[in-house]
Design a protein around this ligand. Structure first.
Ligand code: FDA
Length: 290
């Protein structure tokens, strides 16, 4: 399926909706365009790296990205998002390898004057990811954590993470998780999101409200009004772009999560899974090609 998808020309327009190109040269003009009215967080696509060379290449790609952001004068409005599995966490001694890679990326981000947020992957990695974020914060207190409202544990995690200066991105969660650890019904995930958001807004950190759900965006605006520490609204590149522009024009701090790179398959499949209409289009594209 992956090989078929990656070679599929008719699929490109749908992929391009969510992914800003396969290399940095293609992504940079898109980043610069968005940064005229929005903030951006850039993800160099990749996950579940299977060897040391792949982990090293990911670190090198982030260093090159951060240098280019500085050279283009974008680093004050653009940060980066990183997956620990792309830094080799799944390898033997992976925790130490991923921590070392993330520290290198954070050092480059500090030199550029910007920040790093550590993406959250499936629930088997939650504890390890939050441990790495805590370790990174010893030297780089501005490192952002991500929590997923679909997980039953996340209200407690929000309480732990709501301390002074703590940047926390709250999303619903993009992975198919079992009922033993996750809410499965959309209504339950949404209600959990509202509870988690309320905890973060009452805390002392920076809540980063990552959702396209209009009701939750409105709740964030209401809870965040006059909040001393501020907050950010965050959406994915290609999802509700008109709402992004409108919210930014209304003075909301709106950040766009922008992925680029050749390893787009896993990210793209999660975007399809969120929208049945996208799946139908995807299957039609494959059939048209063959
Ligand atoms: P929901 O899925 O209920 O969608 C609400 C509305 O948004 C839909 O009705 C539709 O209009 C629109 N919409 C949502 N997804 C769409 C799509 N793919 N195509 C078209 N329209 C769509 N997840 C994770 O597990 N780990 C992470 O680190 C991150 N990081 C992250 C960063 C940022 C900035 C965002 C915005 C999201 C993430 N996510 C994530 C993904 C997140 O968990 C979730 O899967 C998606 O944001 C979709 O959930 P919504 O909150 O938008 O709600």
């Amino acid at each position: 399926m992956r090989a078929l998808a990656e070679g599929s020309a008719p699929l490109r327009p749908l992929v391009n909706r969510f992914v800003a190109g396969t290399d940095l040269d293609a992504a940079l003009p898109v980043i610069a365009g968005l940064a005229t009215d929005r903030l951006v967080t850039v993800d160099h696509l990749g996950e579940n790296t299977t060897d040391r060379a792949g982990a090293d290449a990911t670190v090198a790609a982030y260093r090159a990205l951060l240098l280019r952001l500085t050279a283009e004068g974008l680093a004050d409005r653009v940060e980066v998002s990183v997956k620990l599995s792309a830094l080799g966490r799944g390898l033997p001694d992976g925790a130490a390898l991923a921590l070392a890679g993330a520290q290198e990326i954070c050092t480059a981000a500090a030199e550029a004057g910007t920040t790093v947020t550590v993406d959250m992957e499936d629930h088997t990695t939650t504890d390890a990811t939050l441990t790495t974020v805590r370790e990174l914060r010893a030297d780089f207190p501005w490192v952002g954590a991500v929590v997923q409202s679909q997980l039953r544990r996340t209200e407690a995690d929000c309480r732990d993470l709501a301390g002074p200066g703590s940047r926390v991105r709250l999303c619903k969660g993009a992975y198919d998780e079992p009922a033993s650890v996750a809410y499965r019904a959309k209504g339950e995930v949404d209600a959990s999101y509202a509870r988690c958001l309320t905890i973060l807004m009452a805390g002392e950190g920076l809540p980063m409200v990552a959702t396209h759900d209009p009701r939750l965006v409105e709740l964030a605006r209401r809870l965040g009004r006059d909040r001393a520490g501020g907050y950010e609204l965050q959406m994915l590149y290609g999802v509700r772009p008109a709402a992004q522009v409108e919210l930014a024009a209304a003075g909301e701090p709106m950040r766009v999560y922008l992925p680029y790179g050749t390893e787009w398959f896993g990210y793209f499949m999660r975007r399809l899974a969120e929208r049945p209409a996208n799946v139908a289009f995807f299957l039609r594209s494959l059939v048209t090609q063959n």
